[in-house]
Each structure stands twice: as structure tokens, then as C-alpha cells.
Design a binder for this molecule. Sequence first.
Ligand code: GLC
Ligand code: CA
Length: 561
Amino acid sequence: MTTELATETPAWWTRAVVYQIYPRSFADSNGDGIGDLGGIRAKLDHLAELGVDVIWLSPIYRSPQADNGYDISDYEDIDPLFGTLAEFDQLLAEVHERGMKLVMDLVVNHTSDEHPWFVESRSSRDNPKRDWYIWRDPVDAHEPNGWTSAFSGPAWSLDTTTGQYYLHLFAAKQPDLNWQNPEVRGAVFAMMNRWLDRGVDGFRMDVINFIAKTESELVGESVHPSMGAQIHDYLQEMHREVFAGRDTELITVGEMPGVTVEDAALFTGAERNELDMVFQFEHVGLDHSDAGKFDNLPFDLVALKTSLARWQTGLASSGWNSLYFGNHDQPRSVSRFGDDRRYRYESATLLATILHLHRGTPYIYQGDEIGMTNANFESIEQYKDIESLNHFAEVVGAGAEPATVLEQMAFRSRDNARTPVQWTPGPHAGFTTAEPWIHVNSNASTINVQTDRAAGDRSIFDFYRRLIGVRHELPVVALGEFALLEPEHPALYAFTRTLGGDRLLVLGNWSNERLRLPEGLADDPGTRLIGNYPEWHEAVLEPWEARVYRRSERAGAEPVA
Ligand code: GLC
Ligand code: CA
């Protein structure tokens, strides 16, 4: 798991690109309207041709699907919605045959309330599994503290059988496990080992910094949980019990809302044996107001550059970044940060260029490789996500105007990223032969894989393919030192990457206006390695134009894409 440059070989994942699949929305193979393992198997060549190295699957374990599988009732089995264990083994073999790796989602901050562990735990106060979850007595006939659930309402539910509250940082159907209990840790580690023995190549760990609670906060005045101090012990113990001895071929990434760059340096420092990288949230929180994520603030490029540059610097000598603009919890990146109408091709490829040229491991969310947009939903009936539905009920119940809330949700809801992948211009976008579980985006007849891949030099897929190729080919993309240029410029995103005598200059015009480059910025830039306009003028960037130049002191520095 080492990333250091000088003497040791850099870890394989410094050169790797990860592709995230949200299975229920990827491809349906059996005509029930829900994506499944058969659908993924049928589309593996799409991913192999794109050139990604790793596939991360959002949860496919048995689940009541209260939070689309992030509420697991059996860690050892595949939900029948998605397939069987035998089919999973086939999928894994087919992924490996194509030279790719497969990463599972690990959701162990909480289980489903239908997991046998919780069914036992709630059955009586002296059940041996009582202490596997977090139970507290009422305080003055109320919740033990003031924590709220990420999906609205209190983070505690009273269980009438035993008269105690249990903690759920997410839905009431997602009770939090008690990581202080060594039996819980042992059971989780054993389960992880079984998946690794089965052949999976690592884990994306759901809200993993939440597993450690600060004991003194669990009862009393506390309003927001803070990360418990034992988190590093838990992760080091996990490393010893699960990863030690086989970690060099694996990849581990911890999802960590609220993590600071200082924490991240500890979580990902190679010598500490915790995680390879974390998903941080700073840059995806810049457009949330203090009133919460549904209160949308205007996008501010200077703030984004400043934030990402701090992470680049903060993890430059020790640790490693993961790079993402979107996932199943975020709006579509081209709708959020780009112009998803007039400049959809240009802005989708600019976003890809900026992201993939940072130092770190890039993550592509399904559909981003063809520039899929926000959902275009107009009525509450179209939404399926528990967070969105609970939010709507809560704020409309408190008097908010439904139309205003729907407008906010049309920009922010997690369902924007969860509409079916658009494969063809045909019925249901080629995702299914039946009624899909969630509406297909109304733009599917023009935005789809088939149309994009036939679009020649305006194919977003092809642009991603070339970007991934550049990372595989040039060590400077994986490892080069990062330096931000023109930090205060409101529309220009410019930086260099340098490794030995090799230098990349990355330029992006994050706007709908033509932009004249600042004097001297692109003097002697070298040759253009990749860009999203077929012709270009050295001193000018067209709307959403992105361009990467390479200047190398070594001989034979030919453009590779
Ligand atoms: C993570 C997941 C999200 C889920 C939550 C609870 O943030 O990415 O989809 O709802 O954890 O498991
Ligand atoms: Ca299906």
C-alpha cells in the first residue's frame, strides 16, 4: 500500500481508474425493471473498452432495500433482486478475465433492522447480542441526545419491547453497530476475509469514520456526533486482521463525510496501515448552505480550486487522494458544475480532464462517461430516494411550498444520479424490457451510449478512454507534483504537474464565454496531449475548452492521444 516516489515502487492504484456501478440502475437482464448482475455481465466489454482498472459495486447483498441496499440483512449472500452467489462468482471471474478488479461496498456502520443480529439484539435487554448495537435509556422521557438522522427526524428510535432507544445515524431501518464490542469487530473482519477469499479485490467502506462514536456524547447535550478517537485503532486492527499479507493487490477507500485533510493524511499515510485513500466531502459541500444540502448555493470556481488544491498539497508527501465529482449520492456532475444543454460535450469533457489530471485515483460514476444529466423530474411521485422523500415530507409538513422544494430537489436529490443508464435511443433507454423501477430521463433518446459512441470526435466516452490511456501511459499523470496557477481567476482552472523533466500544463475554461489566457501563462507549453476542441488558438480558450500540454526534456515525447 505504498505511494512514496523515491525508492519504492508506487502502488498500482496510483495509475488506476475506478468505475462505480449502482447495480439497480445499470442494466436489467431478466425484465423486472431492476438492474442486476446479469446486466453487469452483459456490459463488461463497455467497461473494458473504456479502459477502467477497477469496478466498484454499490451493495448487492440481501437487503430490504429501504436505502437501496445500504441496509443489509445478510452480508454473506446476494439479494435475489440482483442474482445469486454463483452468478456473482461468474461475474468476478469475467471481470478478472478482462484484467479488471472488483471492489465491494462494505456497509458496517449499520445493518438493516432485519439483520438477524439486530432481531436478536432488540429481543431482550439480556440477549447476548444486545450490546452489538447502541442502546440507551430515555432521558426525561426523550431521546438520549439531540442527534438527527441523515434522513430527517431524530437519530434514535424507541423500541417498545425493551423501553430503550437504539441509535441510527441514517434511517430507523439502519441501526448502528456498536464497534466498541470486540465481538462485532471480529464478526465484521471474518466476513471481510470471506469476501477476499472469494476473490474480491478490496472494499469501498461506507461512512467508515462514523463507526467510532465519542462515548461521552451518546447521552446528553450533544447535537452533532464527532469522530471518536478510536477510529484509527479500529482501522489498524482491521488492517491486521483482514489485509495484512495480501494488501498489495487490493484497494481500500473509506467514505468519510466531514473528514479534514489533516485526518486524511493519517488515514492514508502508507506507514500507518489504515486505508489507501478516502472520499472527502469538502468540495461537494461548497454549494450547500448552512440550512442544509437542499438549500443550493451558487457555484464558486475559486472556492472549488482552493479546496482541491489544499487537498493536493496536504496529501502530497504522505497519503493519497481519491478524485470524484459525482456518485450515487450527488447530482450529475455535468448538471451541477457544467452546462448540460448548450455545452454538454465540452463541459463534460472539461470536468473529466480537470478531475483526471489531478494527483490521486479518479472515480467515474456510471453514465458520466456519456455525459448523463440530472433526472428532469417534476413531481414528487417520480422520486424514490428515502432521503429526498423524507426531506419533502418534513419541510412541506412544516409549511414549505411544494413547488419550491421540488425545484431544490431537481437540482440536489440523489435520484438525479440514480435514473437508469441510457444505453440506446430505444424503449426504456435499452435498460430494461419492463417498466423501470425509476423513470428513465426524458433526454434518453439523444443522450445514450449508442449515440455517444457513434459521435466520432464528439464522443464523451472516447474522450474518457483517451484520458484513462494517458494516465496508464505517463507516470507524470499518476505521480507528478501538483501546482495551482491563477488561483483567483473566476473562470480559468489552470495547474501544472511535474515529475523529473516531464511537465504537464492543464488549462480549462470553466465558463460559457471565450477566455483570453493571462499573459505568459502558456508560453512554451510544449505539445498538446489531449483537448476537447479539434482546433485551438494558443492564446484563447473557447467556452468549456480543456487542453493539456506536455513538455518533456526526454527525447521522443510524442503525443499519446
Ligand atoms: C453512504 C452511502 C449512501 C447511504 C449512506 C447510509 O453515504 O453512500 O448512499 O445512504 O451511506 O448507508
Ligand atoms: Ca433485473
